[in-house]
Design a binder for this molecule. Structure first.
Ligand code: COI
Length: 356
């Protein structure tokens, strides 16, 4: 196992945290993991106090965006243990994103040991209430000061932690979504299926426009025909049409292969619900809403967990889904996933990684 020295903080911020009002991503724990890539290898792994890092203005990530990240969660279970949900999936995806962005990959032992050691050090930061978790944000960025356009020769791999509540201000209540209009998130052959920082940067302007009109987020349609539903950027999307749960397929490489997405597919099949990964045209949803066959739409993501969609807007028309209320399937899915995460339901698929 890799050796990771720890430098402890002398000033913990823990007592200043209001665990009853956790705003997603705004509170960071006392320590972070840091490792550098130089001379062709990852080296100098360490856990140090959370704080500012030194950057040079010429650092290539600031100019060309060679950066990737992950998101997972640790849960305080009902028997007082800490479970990192499907940690292996995030590790695998990190290295897929790394490959696409020309970033050297991370060894499994390094990833697991870094996260495990960091969380065990920050054990007291894992929030205990249902609906809360310790969000884990591993990320890698190009750190060389060089302005030529080529892969950096140096990188930093860091992990930071945040105690969090719900991602959306709505909590588990239905969100309102609008389609992406003239904008696109991803194209075939691009980086839509990688967790590249760039995917989130380009989502900001359309998301802001949608927010100004009262929507929570944007539903991205395919960038070519602006017709097929892809994802929400912060979550994957599921449509419960007739008696089938449908989600857009991953084969065109324009959709993030979400860990919660995969869990939803698995759980739905276990529940005996037919699941189909196929293209969904936006007009199909509007037609189904008119015919009364569109039962539910919900999103899935690590941060969002399961997020019911109450309204969908497209080109001046709006449909209300399930009367704007949380659907039965979204509720069941939420209960099942969170039940496994908090150790209340049996983990028949070995999705829980207990740290102690
Ligand atoms: C996640 O669900 O973990 C994400 O990374 C989405 C968002 C918070 C960026």
């Amino acid at each position: 196992m890799i050796e990771i020295p720890i430098e402890k903080t002398t000033q913990s911020k823990l007592s200043q945290v209001d665990f009853n009002n956790l705003v997603f991503g705004s509170t960071f724990t006392d320590h972070m993991f840091d490792m550098e890539y130089r001379d062709g290898k990852w080296q100098n792994p360490r856990i140090i106090p959370y704080g500012p890092i030194q950057i040079e203005p010429g650092m290539s990530v600031l100019h060309y965006g060679q950066a990737i990240f992950e998101g997972s969660k640790a849960f305080y279970t009902k028997d007082g243990r800490i479970n990192v949900f499907r940690m292996n999936k995030n590790f695998e995806r990190l290295n897929c994103s790394a490959k696409r962005l020309c970033i050297p990959d991370i060894e499994e032992d390094v990833y697991y040991t870094a996260i495990k050691k960091l969380i065990l050090l920050e054990k007291a930061w894992v929030p205990k209430d249902r609906g809360t978790a310790l969000y884990i944000r591993p990320f890698i960025f190009a750190s060389e000061s060089f302005l030529g356009v080529r892969p950096s020769k140096t990188y930093r791999f860091m992990v930071i932690l945040c105690p969090v509540g719900p991602y959306y201000a709505e909590g588990f209540n239905p969100v309102k979504l609008s389609t992406s209009g003239e904008y696109g998130r991803a194209f075939q052959g691009g980086v839509g299926n990688a967790k590249a920082a760039a995917n989130y940067a380009i989502s900001l302007f359309p998301a802001n426009e949608a927010k100004k009109q009262g929507f929570t987020q944007v539903v991205w349609l395919d960038a070519k025909e602006h017709r097929y539903v892809e994802e929400v950027g912060t979550m994957n999307l599921f449509c419960y049409l007739d008696d089938t749960l449908i989600t857009p397929p991953l084969d065109e490489g324009t959709i993030l292969p979400g860990v919660t997405r995969e869990s939803v597919i698995h759980i739905a099949r276990d529940m005996g619900i037919p699941v189909c990964e196929r293209k969904i045209a936006i007009e199909e949803l509007f037609d189904a809403a008119e015919k009364g066959t569109l039962k539910e739409i919900f999103g899935s993501g690590t941060a969002a967990v399961i997020s019911p969609v109450g309204e969908l807007h497209h080109k001046g028309q709006t449909i209300k889904i399930n009367g704007g209320k949380t659907g039965e399937l979204a509720q069941k899915m939420f209960d099942e996933i969170t039940g496994i995460q908090y150790g209340e339901k049996s983990d028949t698929n070995n999705w829980c990684h207990y740290l102690d």
